[in-house]
Design a protein around this ligand. Structure first.
Ligand SMILES: C[S@@+](CC[C@H](N)C(=O)[O-])C[C@H]1O[C@@H](n2cnc3c(N)ncnc32)[C@H](O)[C@@H]1O
Length: 258
């Protein structure tokens, strides 16, 4: 007999309740390999060390790893829950803020935005604002490095329902992700239903969040870049470096401030 009982249900804004289980849900994500890849991308484009501004720094995984590779990283993150979880160290700091409006009155060697943060900017106004804020925090020659959902792959592969199950010593987390496609807005709303079972009491908490995701084509990004003083100097499959194709869901883009 199933003894599970639903104790608490919440529908919340993106990265509020969900953020409590973020690191567990992504414990299979290879952050060290990703940090090494970003280090390589930066080096290939002339940034070998220095100060990085990370847009949407989440729980600080990339930032801390990049600090171990010799950078000083400062993160801006909208979710206060994520900021409170982020372990700040000498080389990595972060603060709560919105990357559409942040103004730190200083510049960095590069601005990073990793794991689809730019795709969370679903409107033209928000996407343009992020590019403008990136430009304001760079000198001429500085880099804006980010990854996005790539339109050709989204059209080709079509988003589908996905189920993910992860566990630690105290909870099991089951996440169902259901996409709703808005083809005229280049947007996919991903409805996350997360069922969290306490392994001792067997009580179940459910968390519901809808994450709106924008996908981009390269000409569209070039236009956004040009409007904000950038030229694109790279675009490749995230991690592998292959040429972007219909199979490439996540594309890493490198823009240089003119
Ligand atoms: C998929 S998570 C990636 C987090 C982190 N970069 C990582 O790789 O684990 C997307 C993050 O972007 C943040 N985000 C989205 N839009 C934002 C905005 N306008 N300002 C600040 N943070 C934002 C979310 O709160 C969330 O933490």
């Amino acid at each position: 007999m199933n003894k599970a009982k639903v104790e608490h249900t919440s529908a919340s804004a993106p990265f509020t309740a969900y953020s409590r289980y973020y690191d567990l849900l992504y414990q299979d994500k290879d952050y060290p390999a990703e940090a090494a890849y970003i280090h390589d991308v930066l080096q290939r484009h002339g940034v070998k060390h220095g100060d990085l501004l990370e847009f949407g720094s989440g729980t600080g995984k990339h930032g801390r790893l990049l600090s171990l590779l010799g950078y000083r990283v400062h993160g801006i993150e909208r979710s206060r829950e994520m900021v409170s979880q982020a372990l700040q160290t000498e080389g990595f700091t972060c603060e709560a803020g919105d990357i559409c409006s942040v103004r730190l009155a200083r510049t960095f060697d590069a601005v990073l935005s990793l794991f689809h943060v730019v795709s969370y900017q679903v409107t033209n106004a928000a996407a343009t604002a992020v590019f403008a804020r990136a430009a304001e925090h760079l000198e001429a020659g500085g880099l804006f490095v980010f990854d996005i959902w790539y339109s050709p792959a989204v059209y080709h592969s079509r988003p589908e329902v996905r189920v993910k199950r992860m566990a630690n010593a105290s909870v099991e987390v089951l996440r169902i992700a259901e996409p709703i496609v808005y083809p005229n807005e280049d947007r996919v709303d991903v409805a996350y239903n997360v069922f969290v079972t306490d392994l001792v009491t067997k009580s179940v908490e459910t968390v519901t969040e809808v994450h709106g995701m924008r996908h981009f084509s390269l000409p569209e990004l070039d236009l956004l870049g040009a409007m904000n003083g950038f030229e694109r100097i790279g675009a490749e499959a995230f991690l592998t470096g292959a040429a972007p194709s219909e199979e490439t869901w996540g594309v890493c883009v490198v823009m240089r401030k003119i």
